[in-house]
Design a binder for this molecule. Sequence first.
Ligand SMILES: Nc1nc(=O)c2c([nH]1)NC[C@@H]1CN(c3ccc(C(=O)N[C@@H](CCC(=O)O)C(=O)O)cc3)C=[N+]21
Length: 289
Amino acid sequence: MTARTIDGKAFAATLRARVGDAAADFTARAGRKPGLAVVLVGEDPASSVYVRSKGKATLAAGMESFEHRLPADTGEDALIALVDRLNADDAVDGILVQLPLPRHIDERAVLTRIDPDKDVDGFHPVNAGRLATGIDGLVPCTPLGCVMLLKDLHPDLSGMEAVVIGRSNIVGKPMAALLLKESATVTTVHSRTRDVAAHVRGADIVVAAVGIPAFVKADWVKPGATVIDVGINRTDDGLVGDVDPAVAEVAGALTPVPGGVGPMTIAVLMRNTLVAACRRAGLPAPAGL
Ligand SMILES: Nc1nc(=O)c2c([nH]1)NC[C@@H]1CN(c3ccc(C(=O)N[C@@H](CCC(=O)O)C(=O)O)cc3)C=[N+]21
């Protein structure tokens, strides 16, 4: 069996177009465009590329883009002062502080300073708490993108066996929360799990978010399972995922790297910015986003 390829790039393009339509509608009603501020500290080349592509996607969706590039030696106080200004700026609906931050800055201090209702990354503990308890909030982009791809394939996830590999605050934990909300039976496995393969073998859905190239092996995967590869590992062989390519011989469907989850992350960021803008303006949430 050869897995069907889940075309995240095409799905993301469709989502971005729908966000663009909704953004035009917002602009007509609110008299201003939705606005996204992206903050980059330092000059990490990969981060710089991401920030540029986020800025381009924002403009392409008919939204305002505010880019703040700060030198690598920017102090934590100066970064927090910028976050405060963005929190108070009515033209800014979404704030994204690109991670990782330089080591001398306490990530938590910065992320908890962002107004939860402008937190389009969904990393603020208030939004994590909302997600965990079923209150509408802003949901982390990568896991929400994964759920959109999964529901496209399996409109009803209820009762499915899902295994999430990894327990980070940015992917693993919110991914498990979203799958639980969809009534899947969710298991999170991690570096201390005794037998990862045994758990994966029982899964209808596998989400790999460990950051280890080719970690998930073909003989772990149940024939026909749907496998979502969140890994973005830069190696000498280029960009590779957390899933061994041989998994394609066993899985029913598989996201490629690149062209799978990555483009969804940016499309959902656009979606979250629009949702934040609508809530802030007291406009109804756009249907179907
Ligand atoms: N506050 C914050 N929020 C983030 O969402 C965030 C962040 N910090 N720091 C870095 C990670 C990484 N990230 C990606 C987004 C898009 C692709 C993407 O579009 N990837 C393309 C390929 C791009 C390439 O070739 O490098 C793909 O998978 O097809 C990848 C990675 C967002 N991140």
